[in-house]
Design a protein around this ligand. Structure first.
Ligand SMILES: [Zn+2]
Length: 334
């Protein structure tokens, strides 16, 4: 088989797939050398030697997605080297990556699953690594301190078991601003009332922000209250994120009580992006956010089918509602 005709994309979903590939490549090594994008998703354990051999004969892999069953050997990747690797997505415990990550300087996109550290361990073991080459990262919130660094461009932080019950409170211990961070997707709890103040301090240059609410079991005493209920404070914090262009929020609270309340919704949201005329008279400072042009919200109403996806845009110069779905279609991606 000619090198140029061998598939560049390979997906293996069983140990047998992996072994068959190794056998086929023994006859025609070019089959393995052609692979650029490799996905291995296994639901049953594989012999470590088979996995390691598969990765050793595919040195041109640029994207590796590797999902293994729980409790793989801790050293399963220790002797693996993929010199062209740019994207790595895996569910391996972070401890298993301590040798692998430092030997892959070409890596720019890193997507990690649960940390897997013991309950007695305060911090993620990856904190000992220099991950300055990573520009796009996705990891549990409790590991952001270990993964985030000042040159990171895009970050997604998901609340995990180890984040409970603190959630984004863990992030408050990040001391150095993530000055290059351009886009942030962050899970939060209903009771994270000061989440914007935290972001002002840590990611002042942020341009795209997506906040995804997770059910909070720790703040039941005030389940309808959210940070944006104090609109003046919410606006003041958004104003400090002066480069912010796009804000998206998914929440189980209500912005308006009825799906028909587009006017009421608009009035509420306009208090997020501009000082009210009455308040503006008392305060001569900027009355409108300088950069925000997009607001996307997914929120609940009290109606039985109660959910709204709404999108407001200022791309024409004035704020307009340009999409409203009630309820949002099942397959809507947010
Ligand atoms: Zn970790």
């Amino acid at each position: 088989m000619a090198f140029s005709y061998a598939p560049r994309v390979r997906r293996f979903s069983s140990a047998a797939d992996v072994v068959n590939f190794i056998v086929a490549s023994a006859d025609s090594p070019l089959i393995a050398l052609a692979v650029r994008h490799l996905t291995i998703t296994l639901h049953h354990p594989i012999a470590p030697q088979a996995l390691q051999q598969c990765l050793s004969i595919t040195p041109n892999v640029e994207d590796l997605i590797l999902f293994l069953p729980p409790n793989p050997p801790g050293d399963i990747l220790d002797d693996v080297h993929l010199p062209r690797l740019q994207l790595f997505k895996t569910n391996l415990p972070h401890q298993s990556l301590l040798h692998f990550l430092p030997t892959h300087d070409s890596l720019t996109d890193l997507c990690l699953g649960a940390c897997g550290r013991g309950a007695e361990e305060d911090s993620c073991l990856l904190c000992v690594l220099d991950l300055m080459g990573i520009v796009v990262a996705e990891c549990p919130v409790s590991c952001i301190r270990a993964v985030a660094h000042p040159t990171l461009f895009r970050l997604t932080g998901e609340i995990d078991r180890q984040s409970l019950p603190n959630g984004p409170a863990i992030l408050r211990s990040i001391h150095a601003p993530l000055a290059s961070l351009h886009a942030l997707t962050l899970d939060f709890y209903p009771g994270d009332y000061d989440i914007l103040q935290f972001l002002v301090r840590v990611v002042p240059q942020l341009q795209k922000l997506k906040l995804l609410e997770r059910p909070g079991t720790y703040h039941r005493e005030n389940h309808t209250r959210r940070a944006w209920n104090d609109a003046a404070r919410w606006f003041a914090s958004l104003l400090q994120l002066q480069w912010l262009e796009e804000l998206a929020i998914r929440t189980a609270s209500s912005i308006t009580w009825s799906s028909k309340g587009v006017d009421r919704e608009g009035k509420t949201l306009m208090r997020w992006v501009a000082r009210s005329p009455r308040a503006a008279k008392r305060n001569a400072r900027a009355i409108e956010h300088p950069a925000l042009t997009s607001l996307r919200l997914w929120y609940r109403t009290r109606e039985p089918a109660g959910g709204i996806l709404t999108y407001w845009s200022k791309s024409s110069g004035v704020w307009k509602n340009i999409l409203r779905a009630t309820p949002p279609p099942q397959d809507t991606f947010f």
